[in-house]
Design a protein around this ligand. Structure first.
Ligand SMILES: *[C@@H]1O[C@H](CO)[C@@H](O)[C@H](O)[C@H]1NC(C)=O
Ligand SMILES: *[C@@H]1O[C@H](CO)[C@@H](O)[C@H](O)[C@H]1NC(C)=O
Ligand SMILES: *[C@@H]1O[C@H](CO)[C@@H](O)[C@H](O)[C@H]1NC(C)=O
Length: 184
């Protein structure tokens, strides 16, 4: 059987975060639980840059033979490496990289299975990682995945992470990543 070329058409290469996570941007605080003294919340931004020297790497590595390898085609697997910054601007302080897999795991293309390591390289958490895992439903504004564990300063971490579209245009898409973990 002829193997499908492992590449995406140009528009699809870009703004993968949006294609996975796009939703109408609106303010929604209703679903955040009340603050708990035994929990810590950290806010970061995942940057998906379309072009330039720091363009994001998004590579399809596998899919079903004979079908387009896309974010909405069941079975398609992408490897990603997104910069993680402290604020919404892509030129704000870099704290690490979000590296891992995005898998189109719903037959109808409605959701994506996320398996991402947040690999910190800033002064505070250098060398430590947080492991995110879960389902991201493309059409929902509030997309919650698990924080299943961590390494270094985050050993035995557990909690949850919320993904929200914070910025989107033709040049970049930025996701707000709000991580809440137990601290005792
Ligand atoms: C916080 O942790 C302490 C010690 O384990 C516990 O007694 C307390 O109930 C916890 N508070 C909340 C709001 O869960
Ligand atoms: C690319 O990334 C480097 C290192 O983080 C940074 O110094 C530089 O300003 C970035 N370039 C652009 C165009 O954002
Ligand atoms: C992080 O750790 C690496 C390896 O130990 C080191 O080379 C680098 O300078 C450190 N970065 C910061 C910001 O401390």
């Amino acid at each position: 059987m002829k193997k499908m070329a492992p590449s995406l058409s140009t528009p699809m290469k870009f703004l993968a975060l949006s294609m996975f996570f796009i939703s109408i941007i609106y303010q929604d605080n209703a679903q955040f639980p009340t603050p708990n003294p035994n929990q810590t919340t950290m806010v970061f931004y995942l940057q998906d840059l379309a072009a330039g020297p720091n363009a994001t790497v998004v590579a399809p590595v596998a899919g079903i033979n004979g079908r387009v390898w896309s974010f909405t085609t069941f079975g398609s697997i992408f490897v990603v490496d997104f910069p993680v910054t402290l604020s919404i601007s892509p030129t704000s302080e870099l704290v690490g990289q979000a590296q891992g897999l995005l898998v189109a795991s719903a037959l109808d293309g409605a959701s994506v299975n996320v398996a991402l390591s947040i690999v910190f390289n800033n002064l505070q958490y250098n060398g430590s990682t947080l492991e995110l895992q879960g389902i991201s439903r493309r059409h929902e504004n509030y997309r919650e995945v698990s924080v299943v564990s961590g390494t270094g300063k985050f050993r035995f971490a557990r909690g949850y992470a919320v993904l929200e579209t914070a910025f989107f245009d033709i040049s970049r898409s930025t996701l707000r990543l709000t991580i809440t973990i137990q601290t005792n």
